[in-house]
Structure formats: C-alpha cells, structure tokens
Design a protein around this ligand. Structure first.
Ligand code: UDP
Length: 539
C-alpha cells in the first residue's frame, strides 16, 4: 500500500522556516460551528497526542477568533452530520517557539481535505454523509482538485466500499491510523477542515425522530451531476438501448431483511409490465456493474435499506419501489423517498408495506444489533410482539425498530401489484423524459397603480406592470401574475391570480384609503418570481 506523500519534492528547509516564522494561519467561513469550513496554512497534527496543533507566531491568523467559545461546543463539525458530539473538530495551541523542542515535522505538500466519515460500512451513509459532501466541498474550493489528498480522521478502517472514496481524487486517501507512519508531527502545508452540509437531505433522528432535513438546499440537478461524475470514474457508459428493451431491477439483500418469495415477485413484475426483471445484490455483483444496470432501468424494486441510495443512478422518469417489513410505517423512514422527490430528480416513488403478520418472519433470538429482543425484559418483549406499528423513536438502538426492520417478508403479490397499479401512473417508460424547466421569473417591471373615487363608498384601483425581463428569452408554457392587495394597517391581504398585465379592482376597494400592492410573476403554476417593490396606492 503506497502511502508516500508526494512525488513532488518540497524544500524541507524552506517549509520548516515558514512554519517557525509564520506559524499557523486559519481563515474560516460560517458563523456557527455547524456551518463552518476552515482553511489552514501549516495546520499540524501530533500523532502521539492525536491532536491537531495551531502554532502561534507574530504572523498567525485565527479567524474567527472565538477565544474560549472555540470549545462551546467546538470549532466545527468534522462530518456532514449536524452538531454530532462525537464529530467535533478543535486544535491545541502552542507557540511556534515550541517547535525547537518537538520532533522534526513531516510536511504534507498536497492540498488536503480533512474530515470524518460518518459510517463507512453503510452505503447510504457513504453517499449521503461523505461522498456527496466531499465532492461539493471540493467544488467549492478550487485548489481541492483531482490532486487533493483526503484525510479521514474518524479513526475507522477502510470500511466496506473504500474504492468509492478513491474515485474522488487521484491520491490515495489517508486514514487516521496511517498518519503515525509519517512520524510524530505532521504539518499540512495547505488544508481545509470540515464538509459542506448543503447536499444532505436527511437527518437520522439524534434529537428528533428521523426525517427529511428542515431546510433542504440540494436539487436533483446536483445529485445527478455527482452521479454522472461517479459513473464516469467507474468507466460506466450509458449506451442507447433498442426501443422496447426496458427492464426492472430487483435489488435484493442476501443476509437479512429478505424477500422470501423473490422468484414469485420477479415473475409478477415481469408479467405485469411485460419487461424482463433482473436481480442484483451487493454480495453478488460489483458496485460498478450494479450502477451500470440501474442507470438504464425503468424501475428499481427493493426492501428498505442502504442499497436504495443507488436510486440516484436511475434515469429520469424511472420508478423507485421501496418495500417495508410488517409494523414499519413507510412515512417515518423516508431517506429514499426524500431523495426521489427532490425537485428535478424526476423519479416516481412508491412504498409498499407488509400488513399481514403471518407473512413476516422475525428473529427475536439474534443479537440486539440485528433485531434480537431476547435480552429485554419478558414484558417488554411481549409488548413489542403485540405491537402493530413501531412508535416514533430516536436513533439508533431502539430495539422495537431493529426487531421489526430486520424481519424477512413474504410479499403478498396481489396487494403489491395493487399498490403499483395505483402509484405508477404511466407505464414507467418515460426514461427519455426531459428535465423540467427550473428558470424562475424575474421581477415584473414598472409596476404602477392608478386610483379613482366613484362615490362615497365606491373606488377603483388599477394596477399594471411589464413582463419580467427574462421572459422575452424564454419559452414558457404558462405565464401568470399574482397580485396581493393589503389595506394599510391590516394584517391580512387579498391575493389574486391574473393572466394579463393589468387589472382594475373595484370590489372591496374603499375611497380615501391607502393600499399596499405587491405583484409577482409565476411560470408554469409553481415557479414563483420575486415581488416587485411594494406600490403604495391611495384612493
Ligand atoms: N447489506 C447488504 N446485504 C444485506 C444486508 C446489508 O448488502 O443482506 C448492506 C447494506 O446495503 C448496507 C450495509 O450492508 O450498505 C449495512 O446494512 P444495515 O442493515 O446495517 O443498514 P441499512 O441497510 O438498514 O441502512
């Protein structure tokens, strides 16, 4: 295993002098530890103490300079999971003069991205928590290019899909355990610490039950661009397939959470959709060959589980069918539903749950982490066995959840097909469907109002405006305008949707009154533009 740091020789003496004289310099983005990424010159790491070190000199910079708030609770999150207390980053401080008494530093010449992987043995976590955030953090800082060095500080071994991390840069990623091989003191010439959280869409339930993140900032476009990058690096090409060669992929798990009548399910799918149905599993195919298959499939069918993250490789218009074991409510566990439903992801999503207890095989005697409940009090075991649905719970060791989610299932074929017939609206061969337009309207221009008083109780308010500037360059199916009229001092307003660029309001318009009027443009029913500056109209 090659762990040499670079083929480029660096001038050791010059680097040492720079460290001694300049010390460490840090400039960060973000107001809070949860949205912070820091860039360092000469951040060091002591492998004996397992601590990062900031060397102070007259030329040091530390921005933000938080004082002791740096420990409340930390400088930043080292993984993409928000505010997790096992994932905090901080450093120790020393005067640069202390270098005289310390082991000779080894310099890392590569531009380095330092982070924690969250769970490198689970494919969903690998993609959602690590690969996507690493990819887009690297897009944010241009010197984190294909030659960048990734350093994983969570302290685990390679994990089950280390090859996927290798796709992100041409240099071998380093694990915490590798760092000792370089010596007692390592100094990263240029490094970034932390990950963007903008691409994550799911929170795992550490403080409230799991669910979609409150403020999702990623769209299908970014997910698909990342997916193409990964396919590119895996040497997967999507060749045109002949018309009518549509197929369904059944992603099966082979060690637990099984579908017990897979053969029957495959037959039913093939008959219903007149398509061939292929089975894949992580145990039997390479990851690349699975992605290759999924990337041209019309439908992906699978039990709930991390393997469903591969739905990001489906073509637009394809359908994701997620199966849930008995007593598990699909609405409470939606990482894959949320992914499929991101704007611009253009996937159909349908869940099916087993509602027939006899079609379920549970494993109460397995170890707790595979859903065993034998270690629980008798009463608690009985309560779980009698329960028809897992109540809402926090991550990660809820025994009732684990017991239910690790059941095997006989899929009731008629019930399953019924759900598909209701859910998959069109026969899923819209694979060539075009990405929907995502261009938003600009502000309407030159908004104006005119008023007139007709009688003691009658007045008119005419509002007109020009089309948004970008509209003349666009082909938009439907252009509408929304007008809000609010009587000054009131806290409610009347909304109107109009197809034209002017309108005279007379209903509910009073003489000698001041109205505030807002106007905005809407494309294709749901692409909202900004409001123009408020009009103040006196009747
Ligand atoms: N896994 C698998 N086959 C199996 C069971 C699990 O390939 O029969 C993979 C799964 O895709 C995930 C990892 O093993 O990447 C951990 O699975 P676990 O059941 O712990 O997590 P989950 O799938 O529920 O997220």
């Amino acid at each position: 295993q090659s762990q040499e740091l670079s083929h480029v020789r660096i001038d050791y003496h010059a680097a040492l002098l720079a460290l001694q004289e300049q010390g460490t310099r840090m400039v960060c983005t973000g107001k809070m530890h949860t949205d912070r990424i820091c860039r360092f010159d000469y951040l060091c790491y002591c492998t004996e103490a397992e601590e990062f070190i900031f060397f102070h000199s007259n030329a040091s910079v530390m921005l933000p300079n938080l004082g002791p708030r740096r420990f409340q609770p930390a400088l930043l999150d080292l993984s993409s999971v928000e505010d997790h207390n096992t994932q905090y980053f901080n450093f120790l401080e020393l005067p640069a003069a202390a270098l005289k008494y310390m082991p000779k530093p080894v310099f890392v010449p590569d531009v380095t991205l330092i982070l924690n992987r969250f769970n490198a043995d689970n494919l969903m976590h690998i993609f959602h928590d690590d690969l996507l955030p690493i990819f887009y953090t690297m897009q944010q800082y241009t010197d984190l290019d294909d030659e960048a060095r990734l350093v994983f500080m969570e302290g685990w071994g390679e994990g089950s899909h280390f090859d996927l991390y290798r796709l992100l840069s041409s240099k071998q990623p380093l694990l915490k355990e590798h760092l000792r091989n370089f010596g007692k003191l390592m100094c990263f010439t240029k490094s970034y610490v932390g990950l963007t959280k903008m691409t994550t869409w799911y929170q795992y339930g550490f403080v409230q039950p799991q669910g979609p993140k409150a403020n999702i900032l990623v769209s299908g476009n970014e997910i698909r661009q990342f997916a193409s990058f990964i396919m590119d690096r895996l040497n997967i090409t999507t060749e045109e397939r002949p018309e009518g060669d549509d197929y369904i992929v059944l992603f099966s798990r082979t060690s637990n959470r099984l579908i017990l009548n897979e053969a029957e399910l495959i037959l039913a799918l093939a008959q219903e959709y007149k398509m061939r149905t292929v089975t894949v599993s992580l145990e039997e195919q390479t990851f690349a060959s699975i992605v290759q298959l999924i990337s041209a499939a019309s439908m992906l069918v699978s039990m709930h589980g991390a393997q469903l993250i591969t739905s990001m490789f489906l073509p637009r218009g394809a359908a994701v069918i997620e199966l849930f074991p008995y007593a598990v409510n699909p609405e409470q566990y939606t990482p894959y539903k949320t992914l499929a439903s991101l704007p611009g992801m253009d996937l159909q999503y349908i869940s099916w749950r087993n509602t027939i207890e006899e079609n379920s095989v549970a494993y109460p005697d397995r170890p707790w982490d595979q859903g065993g409940i034998a270690h629980l009090e008798k009463e608690e075991q009985e309560r779980i066995l009698a329960s028809k649905e897992v109540p809402r719970h926090l991550c990660c060791r809820n025994p009732e959840w684990l017991f239910r989610i690790y059941q095997d299932t006989i899929v009731d074929i008629p019930a399953f097909l019924e759900v598909l017939r209701e859910g998959v609206k069109v026969k899923p061969n819209l694979k060539k469907s075009k990405p929907a337009s995502v261009v938003h309207p600009g502000r309407v221009r030159q908004p104006k109002c005119q008023t007139s008083v007709q009688a003691a109780h009658e007045a008119k308010l005419s509002v007109s405006w020009q089309i948004p500037w970008n509209l003349k360059y666009l082909k938009v199916r439907e252009v509408k305008y929304e007008v809000w009229i609010q009587e000054q001092g009131e806290n409610t307003y009347m909304p109107y949707i109009l197809p034209q660029q002017n309108y005279t309001f007379s209903e509910n318009i009073k003489p000698f009154t001041t109205y505030l009027v807002w106007v905005r443009c809407i494309f294709n029913k749901n692409l909202l533009g900004p409001f123009a500056d408020v009009l103040i109209c006196k009747t």
